[in-house]
Design a protein around this ligand. Structure first.
Ligand SMILES: Cc1ncc(COP(=O)(O)O)c(C=O)c1O
Length: 404
């Protein structure tokens, strides 16, 4: 007689705190879509959902690689020509002490591998608050206690040094720095990078510098790579193709290890064990890395022109809307306005979807100082869509809370 399984298969309890607010909101949007409404999506950081196009020469490079039979497994750390191109990119970023480079399936996998290769169960890693939620998700998966440091809204979202210092314990192994930042769109100053380097030296920490948006700087300033400012400090710089080269679906990212050679040796060996264990990153897509990094960068001029105009429109709206204020974003395509309302930002966001069909993400999905409320805007949509969405949000605020 067949035996049927009756007991529930429970998910591991360490996953209880794994949240990805950006995608979790999709359930609310689905309700609204089922009622026949169109939702204005100011929530997902995928340029390809809007009027941005992948540069054709990198599509051709992948197409050619597939036709040429590059469809088997690749070397675990990446194909040689991609590794060489990433080393060239590191040099252009001013990173002079490169010890290792490797290719991954998106920066998401770089984050997973680099965190997994570092922290033991009784140790911790400093992550920013607000942060990109993957960091806390990976740490939860590893069973690591979260140790978040504040970004200071009053200081243009710079990391709050005193808070970092307060939170460093003998068990702290490293600091995550997201620059340009998701969700705030802020950039770290040179002085801040230098001060963080000093803390890392003093406490023997590695720095994970997530610089996935480094070519999307909207002000007239150059991006400063942490590893260029602190060549001696153990660091892994995270970079990738998703945002700068408009191919998030290809899943191509990389890590650049720099710093004192002896200090990073054992750690690199650990990373390579994990790289080998998962076989390799996507193979044909790796053939786009060299043409992307070394070929024409024309698309960036157009991308930044559009983003500047959309950032300015967003900022103007924030400045002119009661109950809303915002530190002007300087990079990437995110704004993180503060909102003065008597209920939680999660309720705000869910009701906004239901009533005005505009989708943004609540600040509590990224982390924020207790008592403060925010929402994240992705300003990738065109001006017409943004304007329509901002009219909807302003109406919603006025109708629900009044303008006082
Ligand atoms: C700060 C940050 N890091 C990493 C990622 C993941 O990027 P990838 O598509 O390369 O996995 C994102 C994606 O939005 C991000 O915003």
């Amino acid at each position: 007689m067949p035996v049927s399984q009756t007991r529930e298969i429970a998910a591991a309890s360490r996953l209880h705190n794994v949240r990805y607010a950006i995608r979790d909101l999709a359930c609310v949007a689905d309700e609204v879509i089922k009622q026949g409404h169109k939702v204005l999506p100011l929530n997902v950081g995928d340029p390809l959902s809007f009027d941005f196009k992948t540069p054709p020469h990198i599509i051709e490079a992948v197409h050619k690689a597939m036709r040429d039979g590059k469809n088997g497994y690749a070397p675990s750390d990446g194909i040689p020509e991609a590794l060489e191109a990433i080393r060239g990119e590191a040099a252009r970023k001013g990173i002079t002490t490169v010890r290792d480079v490797f290719v991954t399936s998106g920066v998401s996998e770089t984050v997973d591998l680099c965190l997994s290769a570092l922290v033991n169960p009784d140790e911790d890693l400093l992550t920013p608050s607000p942060d990109y939620p993957l960091y806390s998700a990976v740490l939860c998966k590893l069973g690591i206690r979260l140790n978040a440091y504040d970004l200071n809204e009053e200081d243009a979202w710079q990391p709050e040094l005193a808070d970092i210092e307060r939170k460093i314990t003998p068990h702290t192994r490293g600091i995550v720095l997201i620059n340009p930042n998701n969700p705030t769109g802020s950039l770290c100053t040179r002085q801040m990078l230098e001060q963080i380097a000093e803390l890392a030296r003093r406490h023997n920490l590695i720095v994970f510098a997530d610089e996935i948006y480094d070519k999307l700087i909207l002000d007239d300033t150059a991006h400063l790579a942490f590893a260029a400012v602190a060549p001696d400090v153990p660091c892994v710089t995270f970079g990738g193709m998703s945002k700068n080269y408009l191919v998030p679906g290809w899943r191509i990212g990389w890590g650049i290890v720099s710093g004192d050679a002896a200090a990073v040796k054992a750690y690199c060996e650990g990373v390579h064990r994990l790289l080998r264990a998962r076989l390799c990153a996507n193979h044909p897509e790796q053939y786009a890395i060299k043409p992307a990094l070394e070929g024409p960068q024309d698309h960036l001029v157009e991308v930044k022109r559009k983003l500047r105009s959309r950032r300015d429109l967003t900022q103007k709206w924030c400045e002119s809307t009661p109950r809303v204020s915002c530190v002007a974003p300087r990079g990437a395509f995110y704004a993180y306005p503060k909102i003065d309302i008597p209920e939680s930002d999660e309720v705000f966001v869910k009701e906004l979807i239901r009533q005005k069909h505009v989708m943004v993400v609540h600040g509590s999905g990224f982390g924020q100082k207790p008592g403060t409320k925010h929402f994240r805007i992705v300003f990738l949509p065109d001006e017409q869509t943004l304007t329509k969405a901002y009219v909807g949000i302003a109406d919603f605020i006025r109708e629900r809370y009044g303008n006082e």
